[in-house]
Design a binder for this molecule. Sequence first.
Ligand code: COA
Ligand code: MG
Length: 319
Amino acid sequence: LQPAGRGSRLLHADCLHDEETGMIIRSWLFVPGDSERKLEKGRENVADALILDLEDSVSNDRQEIARTMVREYLQKHTDRSRQRLYVRCNPLDTDLALPDLAAIMPGRPDGICLPKVYSAKEVNTLCNYLSAFEAREGIEQGSTKILCVATETAASVLTFHTYLDGVSDRLVGMTWGAEDLAAALGASDNRGPDGDYDDVYKQVKGLCLAACRAVDVQPVGVLITNFRDDKALEEDCLRDRKAGFVGKIAIHPAQPPIINKAFTPSEEEIAHAKRVVAVFAENPGMGTVGLDGMMIDMPHLKQANTLLELADQIEAMEG
Ligand code: COA
Ligand code: MG
């Protein structure tokens, strides 16, 4: 039985053709869309992508101002080769989402960050809206990508399988969150007495990672809210990367340098991966060999190749 994966034929055909986004985005920095100062700071930052926010960090009475500021910012910054510019719109079940998109699409954002999804259905609905806006603006069909925040509603915990039934090829990444989910679940706290996330949040982290890998999009680690704690951030990044995530959400300009470093394979890791590849190359026909007194077999070779590919992609990106 083949999972349908991405590219359901139920979707608008033009959503399906685009496969060019080879860029690995390690750090995604949220920037409140109504703050001129923070928008300028974002541009100077090493973040691989900015997420210009029109949702939670903008108050209702500043929505219109934020839309205008974000559009003008996008129109001003047309060179996105070093840093992608995404926009977080409001949830699709609010009456703010379509006016958000109408206001900012003339700025040709690289992508939209979609909050508070219930299932893959919202991603696919957004895909169709984007097709209409791209037609209106004369933008290439399918070029506006989507990053979704996959775990902010109670229903979303139970619907990860819907991504395997067919999700728009615009989707390039998924991240998870524990703050809105806690509110949605009626929790007063999302952590236990030991300071570690409660079970349900660990579970959605794993489900998000698995769903990402199943449909071949980038798994993006959750933000940490204690933004003054660099050590906690570094540890969390390294833990995420070991688990399979390729990047992380940031909320403060001090975070992207730490995130970029943590999600870039180190010299030692690259050297080790090269030795793993070499030892198999030197022993053709062997499925398992010894290296430094450790048994290594096919999964290790696969991990080594993945790491080397990642390192190449990051090197190409940084030029
Ligand atoms: N993007 C760009 N610049 C930012 C920034 C961000 N996310 N957060 C802070 N800055 C700027 C500040 O404007 C300040 O610049 P200045 O000295 O030139 O004025 C500098 O970085 C240092 O900021 P700092 O004083 O350490 O933080 P703060 O107390 O002003 O702000 C937050 C703390 C959390 C309010 C702020 O980091 C923020 O707005 N983060 C994003 C929140 C968000 O988007 N949430 C929604 C997604 S969960
Ligand atoms: Mg939120």
